[in-house]
Design a binder for this molecule. Structure first.
Ligand SMILES: Nc1ncnc2c1ncn2[C@@H]1O[C@H](COP(=O)(O)OP(=O)(O)O)[C@@H](O)[C@H]1O
Ligand SMILES: [Mg+2]
Length: 254
């Protein structure tokens, strides 16, 4: 079953076109890596999919709900989760207060509380007494992760999730995401880091300058460019930056 279908998505900021005719489909139970250089349109896409920004054109379906969903917004938002790249959460709450607040919004169900406890263990979140403003980027990111994963959403959006994490937390997250996908959840992950896409994604979409330039499994993408080409070569080739690297490196050496 397809859990996300995006067709001909358009987004403009003034007269700048951030997303130009973007289309892709994601199956339930898959880890989808949305890969692209800085400014490609990844965050914009995820903000539209999670209902933070409005699209200017095209069609989106998530879990069978067609966007926009004026009367079913809460219903949809209950089933999805979003871990943004900038964890801007209430600076004057402690970690504990923040989690209690989220639990309360959902009616404090025992199942969510016990899930929360096991996630706090898994991600080694042992700083709940600290105020959020005193937490590092990675600490806040893990707190937000726990607050989203404890709800067990069917579709989980993560924007550059590995960037702020230490090596162990990153490894734990990757393993956890794989388990979630195996249990039927859909993972949508933005990343500009090839290695992450290469290591954990079932399906990779590549975007550049607001346009989709490829989608497929790693194997399919590599095969489409001939044997022995790595995702790195492929990525540089597709984004047209292959030729530009050497002079850049030379310039640095000079
Ligand atoms: N609110 C905004 N107003 C104007 N331009 C924006 C806005 N948000 C994003 N952009 C532009 O849209 C493009 C895509 O941005 P973004 O989706 O954040 O890229 P990515 O996440 O792939 O690095 C960039 O050129 C960015 O400057
Ligand atoms: Mg981004």
């Amino acid at each position: 079953m397809k859990s996300i279908v995006v067709k001909n998505l358009m987004k403009r900021f003034g007269d700048f076109t951030a997303l130009d005719d973007v289309s892709f489909e994601i199956e339930s139970g898959e880890i989808f890596a949305f890969l692209g250089p800085n400014g490609a349109g990844k965050t914009t896409t995820v903000k539209i999919l999670t209902g933070i920004l409005q699209k200017d054109g095209g069609d989106i379906e998530i879990l069978g709900y067609r966007n926009p969903y004026p009367r079913r917004e809460i219903e949809v938002k209950r089933k999805i989760g979003f871990v943004p790249d900038e964890p801007d959460i209430y600076p004057y709450l402690t970690g504990e207060e923040f989690l209690m607040f989220i639990l309360d919004i959902f009616g404090n169900p025992p199942k969510m509380r016990s899930k929360m406890r096991s996630l706090l263990d898994t991600f080694e979140v042992d700083y709940l007494g600290k105020m959020i403003r005193d937490m590092s980027h990675g600490m806040k990111q893990k707190l937000v992760l726990v607050s989203v994963l404890m709800r067990e959403p069917d579709v989980i959006f993560l924007d550059e999730p590995i960037v702020g994490l230490d090596v162990k937390s990153a490894k734990v997250l990757k393993t956890y995401l794989r388990d979630l996908a195996n249990s039927g959840k859909t993972i949508f992950m933005n990343t500009h880091i090839l290695e992450i896409a290469e290591k954990i994604a079932d399906e990779i979409g590549i975007i550049d300058k607001g346009r989709m330039i490829a989608q497929g499994s790693l194997k399919e993408l590599e095969e489409s460019l001939g044997v022995n080409s790595s995702l790195e070569d492929l990525f540089l080739k597709l984004t047209g930056e292959e030729k530009d690297i050497e002079p850049l490196v030379k310039e640095l050496e000079e």
